[in-house]
Design a protein around this ligand. Structure first.
Ligand code: ADP
Ligand code: MG
Length: 346
C-alpha cells in the first residue's frame, strides 16, 4: 500500500490533467546558483554551438504563452518563421550530466527531417533559460480532436491515414536509432492539410519522475499510463528513477493511439492509476469485445499491445498491416461510434 500511495494522479491539477509547471520566461523559479555552476563542456562546444540559438535572436510575441505541460511552458515566437519554444522547468535539470544528455537528445532531434516529424531548430541556453526551439504546429492535437471539448468525428479512412503517417514518422526515427519515448495523442498535431505531425521526441528523459519534496512520490499525468508497455508499468510501480524505453515500448504506445483513433476513447479512462498499474503489469489490456470492427483492425491493436516486447511488430510491419486492411469490408463494417465508454474493468 505504501508504494501505491506514493503515486499521485495529477488529474485536475491544470484542468486538463497536465502538471502545473511554474516556469515561464521572465518568471523563473529555479536555483540560479546551481544553474551558474553549469559549464558548456570544451571538446563538444563546437558541435553544440550548431544547435544553439541565442534567446535574444528569438522574437517573442504578445500573448506568447501557448500552454503548460509537464516539462514547462511552451511559448510562441519568431525565428526566421513561426516557432514554438518549450522552456524546461529547471527543477528537472538536476545536474550537468542531465544537461549534456538533453543537448545530445536535441542534437539528434535536430538531425531529423521528415514530413511527419516537427522541425527542430535547436535549443536556447543562457544563464537563466533552457528551451528547445521547434516549428510551430498549426491545427489541433489529435487528443483535442478526439477527446477535447469540441470533438471532431474521425472516420475510418482518416484514422488509417493518420495512423499510417504516425507509423512512417516513427519508423524513420527508429531507423535513425531515436526512440520517441512519449508517443501520445497530445504530442501529435493534425495540421490544416490533414497531415499528422509528431512532436516532443526524445525529450522525456528531461522529465523528473519522482519529486523528493513530495515524499519522493511520482506524479502521473492524466492518461499517461495508458501508453506505457507492461515492462515500463512495472518500473513505474517500482522505485526506478529511469524507465527503460525501447522501440517496442513506442510500438505499445502506438497501439493505444490506434485504439483512440478507432474508438474515440482512451483505454482505462475511468480507472485510477493503481488499478491500471496492477492490470497492465499483469498483461490485462482494455477489453475489445465491444469494439465493433473487423478482425484485422483489432489484430493490429492486439499485436502492438503484446505483453512480450519481442512479440510486438516493428513500425514497418504496422505500416504494412494498415496498408493491407481490406478497405471494402471496412466500408461495410458498422458505423461509429464503436466504444464511447466502458465500465471500470473491476
Ligand atoms: P503536453 O504534450 O502534455 O500537452 P507540452 O509541454 O508538450 O505538454 O505542451 C504544452 C502546450 O503547448 C500544449 O498545448 C501543446 O499542444 C502546445 N505545443 C507543444 N509543442 C508545440 C508546437 N511545436 N507547436 C504548437 N504548439 C505546441
Ligand atoms: Mg507535448
Amino acid at each position: 500500500r505504501e508504494r501505491e500511495s506514493q503515486i499521485v494522479d495529477s488529474q485536475g491539477s491544470n484542468g486538463d490533467g497536465s502538471i502545473s509547471a511554474e516556469l515561464s520566461p521572465g518568471g523563473h523559479n529555479w536555483d540560479r546558483n546551481k544553474w551558474n555552476n553549469f559549464t558548456i563542456r570544451g571538446p563538444s562546444q563546437n558541435s553544440w554551438s550548431e544547435v544553439t540559438i541565442p534567446l535574444s535572436k528569438i522574437e517573442f510575441k504578445r500573448n506568447k504563452l501557448i500552454g503548460k505541460g509537464r516539462f514547462g511552458s511552451v511559448v510562441r515566437g519568431y525565428h526566421f518563421g513561426d516557432v514554438a519554444v518549450k522552456f524546461l522547468n529547471m527543477d528537472h535539470v538536476e545536474d550537468e550530466d542531465r544537461l549534456e544528455h538533453f543537448k545530445a537528445e536535441v542534437a539528434s532531434f535536430k538531425n531529423t527531417r521528415h514530413d511527419n516529424i516537427v522541425l527542430c531548430l535547436g535549443y536556447c541556453l543562457d544563464h537563466s533559460s533552457l528551451g528547445i526551439v521547434m516549428g510551430l504546429c498549426k491545427g489541433r492535437t489529435l487528443y483535442s480532436i478526439l477527446h477535447g471539448p469540441n470533438p471532431e468525428r474521425v472516420d475510418m479512412a482518416s484514422a488509417i491515414k493518420f495512423a499510417t503517417e504516425i507509423c512512417q514518422g516513427v519508423s524513420y526515427l527508429h531507423q535513425k536509432k531515436i526512440i520517441h519515448k512519449d508517443l501520445r495523442t497530445k504530442n501529435i498535431f493534425i495540421e490544416s492539410k490533414q497531415r499528422a505531425v509528431i512532436t516532443d521526441l526524445g525529450l522525456f528523459s528531461m522529465q523528473r519522475l519522482r519529486y523528493p519534496k513530495r515524499n519522493n512520490s511520482m506524479v502521473v499525468p492524466k492518461h499517461w499510463l495508458a501508453y506505457l508497455a507492461p515492462e515500463l508499468i512495472r518500473e513505474v510501480a517500482g522505485d526506478l528513477r529511469e524507465l527503460s524505453f525501447s522501440q517496442q515500448t513506442d510500438v505499445f504506445s502506438f497501439g493505444t493511439i490506434w485504439y483512440e483513433l478507432i474508438t474515440w476513447s482512451i483505454p482505462f479512462d475511468s480507472n485510477p492509476s493503481d488499478v491500471i498499474i496492477y492490470s497492465v503489469g499483469k498483461g490485462i489490456t482494455a477489453p475489445l469485445h465491444n469494439v465493433a470492427t473487423i478482425r484485422e483492425v483489432k489484430d493490429i491493436l492486439m499485436r502492438c499491445w503484446s505483453f512480450n516486447a519481442s512479440d510486438r511488430p516493428s513500425f514497418l510491419s504496422c505500416n504494412t498491416m494498415l496498408n493491407n486492411l481490406p478497405k471494402k469490408r471496412l466500408d461495410r463494417s458498422p458505423s461509429y461510434p464503436m466504444v464511447r465508454s466502458y465500465e471500470s474493468i473491476f
